[in-house]
Ligand binder design. Structure first.
Ligand code: ZN
Length: 432
């Protein structure tokens, strides 16, 4: 029998979306809880009293007194290749791509460079408590091989894909409809389902893909219903207008993807800011997820994600950093900015729901919720411990927080990597 190990502390995880009202039946919280592991998997989560009563005496117990155990964060949209352009002063999306992002992405043809950046990026994710992410590579096949190689060595559950981009970008960053699909197909064969890795078909956005390339991506998606899809939509008004001019026959920007069979469960659409009610209804019916990227949307002045409209339509939402237009690797900081984006529109994002978006919602978006996202028995034991982290203000404010909601709000508003006491992957502590 595999060895049992117990982790004791306050414990929070989600069974479903607590919704705008913070429905308490959708999460479990134990002030004094135990996460019991059997090897690399969750055996049980519950109150310390209930779990410890039934445990053999010799089971080792790690005491996280003062800490809050939650599932590892899931970042539903980010770009590892943009690690080095974070905090670059782009005026707006299209300017930012041209002046910062595209020049940087040229370097990922070089496997050594890609490997070095992937290592730094994953270290940073783990320091911030993010154990799973859906990640853009660049147009280069080598960028994705490098990323998956590094992620596999660390036994991480990660998803990534090679960017498809055959127009409206520098020539040396272009593939073609044929080479883009051939490279994607090869990467699916090499990596999808290998250990904990998943592939995502990755058209950058409709503007940089010809109709021919999007059609080919749709064919590939039909051939591989098991893989994920990731792209961007309706981020910035100028971009939306450009898409309208490029695809005059389509009713909307989102419809361009839908026409090519790219709107489905397991598809993650970053931004989804400038959508109408028809788009939202279509998103809901498809089972695709909108990735809410608040720090990026504020940084580039793109607009405000409308969470209330998403709820009315009933489409799935997950939370994402969108590094490097996003200004932080931290999902805590991302939750804080999501909260403020809601506030600016007279909406409410409850702290419990923010934590849902950063954990189980992300796992669902990536169709990984059978493996990660909460502490249901049998799940892979990727989890983190949050605490005051030696930060005087956080310590002082937490001491005054009486309820779970207050405590979570302190973590998301004031927290950063100093408050991630430990990150565990498959039951093993790997950071800090
Ligand atoms: Zn992005």
């Amino acid at each position: 029998m595999t060895a049992l190990r117990a982790h004791r502390g306050a414990l929070l995880h989600f069974l479903g979306d607590p919704g705008a009202g913070g429905d308490a039946s959708r999460f479990e919280y134990f002030e004094d809880g135990v996460l019991l592991l059997e090897g690399s998997r969750v055996a049980r989560a519950g109150s310390a009293e209930a779990v410890l009563r039934e445990l053999p005496r010799d089971v080792p117990i790690e005491d996280h007194a003062g800490g809050l155990i939650v599932p590892g964060f899931v970042d539903a949209h980010t770009h590892y290749s943009q690690t080095d352009v974070i905090a670059s002063a782009g005026r707006h999306l299209l300017h930012w791509l041209e002046h910062y992002t595209f020049p940087q992405e040229c370097r990922f043809e070089d496997a050594a460079h890609a490997t070095e950046v992937a290592g730094f990026f994953l270290d940073e994710l783990l320091r911030q408590g993010t154990t799973t992410a859906l990640v853009f590579g660049t147009v280069h096949r080598a960028s994705v091989d490098a990323f998956f190689t590094v992620a596999q060595r660390r036994r991480l559950r990660m998803a990534a894909g090679k960017v498809l981009m055959d127009r409206h970008c520098p020539g040396h960053l272009q593939d073609t409809a044929e080479t883009g699909i051939a490279d994607s197909e090869a990467l699916i064969g090499a990596w999808h389902g290998r250990d904990r890795l998943a592939y995502a078909i990755t058209p950058r956005f409709a503007i940089t893909s010809s109709d021919e390339q999007l059609a080919a991506a749709g064919v590939l998606a039909r051939r591989h219903p098991e893989v994920l899809i990731q792209t961007h939509v309706a981020e910035n008004r100028e971009e939306v207008e450009w898409a309208r001019r490029l695809f005059p026959r389509d009713r909307s920007y989102l419809d361009v993807y839908d026409r090519h069979g790219l709107l489905r469960e397991g598809a993650v659409y970053a931004h989804c800011i400038h959508l109408d009610a028809d788009d939202r209804a279509k998103l809901a019916a498809s089972g695709a997820t909108a990735a809410f990227c608040p720090t990026s949307n504020l940084f580039l002045g793109s607009g405000l994600f409308d969470l209330a409209a998403a709820d009315r339509a009933g489409h799935a939402v997950a939370l994402a950093t969108d590094v490097g237009a996003g200004t932080s690797f931290s999902m805590l900081a991302t939750m804080a900015e999501a909260y403020k984006v809601a506030q600016l529109q007279g909406q409410v994002l409850s702290p419990v729901r923010a934590f849902y978006f950063a954990t189980l919602a992300g796992a669902r978006a990536l169709r990984m919720d059978d493996a990660i996202g909460n502490f249901a028995p049998g799940k892979e034991a990727d989890f983190i411990v949050l605490d005051e982290g030696g930060v005087p203000l956080v310590k002082r404010r937490l001491a005054a927080a009486k309820t779970l909601e207050e405590r979570l709000l302190v973590f998301m508003m004031l927290g950063d990597e100093r408050n991630v006491r430990a990150t565990y992957v498959l039951g093993e502590r790997i950071a800090p």
